[in-house]
Design a protein. Structure first.
Ligand code: DQA
Length: 158
């Protein structure tokens, strides 16, 4: 039997440390700390902890995906909410990391990537994600955390 999950991973990619001052018209005025608190509150409402991280480095994100995969396989984590920033549109290595550890992932973007430049409409991650949420701002992270919890409740052992 799978252990009851105690956490959910929330991994943020490059430039998301700049939230608050980075293109506020697109990404809002909330900071990464505000986003962290939002995720923690959403997770707490479901009885789990949000492990919220951000890195500007592809290799570090890959290591975190592997770690999240191990913890999800052990039943400790519900899976991961991933906003890979621009790596979404470029990184085969991060996609391979997700599929390599069979990590259940919801891809999230603060902005509606489909209403922006054409290159943002391509995601290497989406084909290996459970689903994609874009354009809902920080709410999208809360929806994704909720979706991972519902999925676990409906498919225990996954
Ligand atoms: C983003 C969208 C990406 O295209 C962009 O490179 C980002 C942020 C978003 O959250 O809207 O860094 O992932």
């Amino acid at each position: 039997m799978t252990a009851a999950a105690t956490k959910v991973h929330v991994l943020n990619g490059p430039n998301l440390n700049l939230l608050g001052t980075r293109e506020p018209g697109l990404y809002g005025t909330g900071t990464l700390d505000d986003l962290r608190r939002r995720c923690e509150a959403a997770a707490a409402a479901l009885g789990v902890e949000a492990d919220v991280r951000q890195s500007n480095h592809e290799g570090e994100l890959i290591d975190w995906v592997h770690e999240a995969g191990r913890e999800t396989a052990a039943g400790v984590s519900l899976g991961a909410v991933l906003n890979l920033g621009a790596y979404t549109h470029t990184s085969i290595a991060l996609r391979d990391a997700v599929s390599g550890v069979s990590l259940p992932v919801i891809e999230v973007h603060l902005s509606n990537v489909h209403a922006r430049e054409a290159f943002r409409g391509r995601s290497y991650l989406a084909p290996v994600a459970i689903g994609v949420i874009a354009g809902m701002g920080p709410d999208g992270y809360a929806y994704a955390i909720d979706a991972l919890a519902r999925r676990r409740a409906q498919q225990p052992g996954t």
